[in-house]
Design a protein around this ligand. Structure first.
Ligand code: ACO
Length: 334
């Protein structure tokens, strides 16, 4: 979707939070028929972080937002809007955006949650861009946060080993130069993939009951092999296409920021774009798949390490439950 708006949006601050509690692969050897070797080889994950049972997703998101505000040198009173990508809201309702507004002490703002699983952050980001481009919003917080440990079926070796908890956030602000900030995006949904990756229980189709609990319907379920194949194609295609649409080559890109679901999916995407792995942000080894948290957490960590510089072209890309997938091209502005 080429940008025809008068105003661009740019990221002007980043922040993230990961819990202290580390779960290594050995932990699963004690409870499941699996091994550190299998998990490392097939996924690239060595360890992940889990938040303690008494704390919700908004706990991590609040910490990430506070870092964003501090890095930008502004307070909660300066924020116009909060958009949160998550599949693990504190409650079904009210939205986590509402809870965060109250927690951080922002006033007179608008906000809502976006449900797009692993694409939650980029879907939220592009929503935020629209509000900046409307000219009516000047400072939009975009959050990707998930406490996946809350919805893990610990008895299922196909999925339990994959996920971790994390939150990341960015601030969007207006940019008048059309060659700066968020330059282009491609977003897709396809519900024919819904049967391959879902959490069945707790919605209006299967409201919570003894039966849904007994049948373990309140946890993540995925057909790993099918999702893997679809994710490799979806993420690689959309990452390649955004370069093509903008007459760019792999050599022009400073960083690919891929959703961190499986190291093999990340490698396939980089290959398709003609990128060497030293230009790919990776933290799946440390945190596993943190769903909406992966992309903003990567950007924040790499930025804090001084590895993201003004003028760098970044491609963010993701694939997740829905199916939902997409890519974003941006030029880093600070
Ligand atoms: N330890 C040991 N063996 C395992 C494990 C495990 N943890 N998990 C699966 N296996 C076994 C399977 O049972 C199977 O055994 P079988 O051949 O006897 O049936 C064998 O390993 C191969 O299984 P596959 O599913 O083909 O393994 P694969 O190499 O595909 O890896 C994985 C599985 C890691 C789940 C991979 O398919 C994957 O990463 N899928 C995509 C995940 C993804 O992108 N999700 C989207 C985002 S998530 C979201 O939106 C919420």
């Amino acid at each position: 979707m080429q940008n025809s708006a008068r105003i661009n949006a740019k990221i002007t601050s980043v922040g993230h939070y990961v819990p202290d509690f580390v779960i290594d692969n050995k932990f699963f050897e004690g409870i499941l028929d699996t091994s550190d070797e299998w998990i490392t080889e097939r996924t690239g994950i060595k360890e992940r972080r889990w938040l303690t049972a008494d704390k919700p997703t908004s706990f991590m998101a609040e910490k990430a937002i506070k870092q964003v505000l501090e890095n930008r040198g502004i307070g909660p009173e300066d924020i116009d809007m909060i958009i949160v990508g998550t599949v693990t809201p504190d409650m079904i309702y009210p939205s986590t955006a509402c809870l965060l507004q109250e927690k951080i002490g922002a006033k007179n703002i608008w906000g809502f949650d976006i449900l797009a699983a692993c694409s939650g952050f980029i879907f939220a980001l592009i929503n935020g861009v629209q509000f900046i481009q409307s000219g009516n919003f000047k400072k939009v917080l975009v959050v990707g946060a998930d406490k996946m440990s809350a919805i893990l079926n610990i008895q299922d070796r196909n999925s339990a080993i994959l996920f971790g908890d994390a939150a990341g956030a960015v601030l969007l602000e207006p940019e008048e130069d059309k060659n700066e900030g968020i330059l282009d995006w491609i977003m897709n949904i396809d519900g024919s993939g819904a049967k391959n990756l879902f959490q069945l229980g707790g919605g209006s189709l299967h409201p919570a009951s003894h039966q849904t609990v007994d049948d373990r319907m309140h946890f993540v379920y995925q057909e790993g092999r099918t999702v893997f194949k679809d994710a490799v194609k979806g993420m690689a295609d959309v990452s390649y296409d955004i370069l093509e649409e903008n007459n760019l080559k792999g050599k022009d890109v400073a960083w690919l920021v891929p959703h961190q679901a499986n190291h093999r999916i990340i490698t396939a995407t980089a290959e398709r774009m003609g990128l060497s792995m030293d230009k790919v942000m990776v933290n799946i080894n440390k945190y596993g798949n943190t769903t909406a948290g992966t992309i903003p957490t990567c950007i924040s960590e790499y930025w804090q390490a001084g590895k993201v510089n003004k003028g760098d072209y970044l491609v963010l890309s993701s694939f997740g439950a829905g199916y939902t997938w997409g890519s974003v091209l941006l030029k880093w502005s600070y």
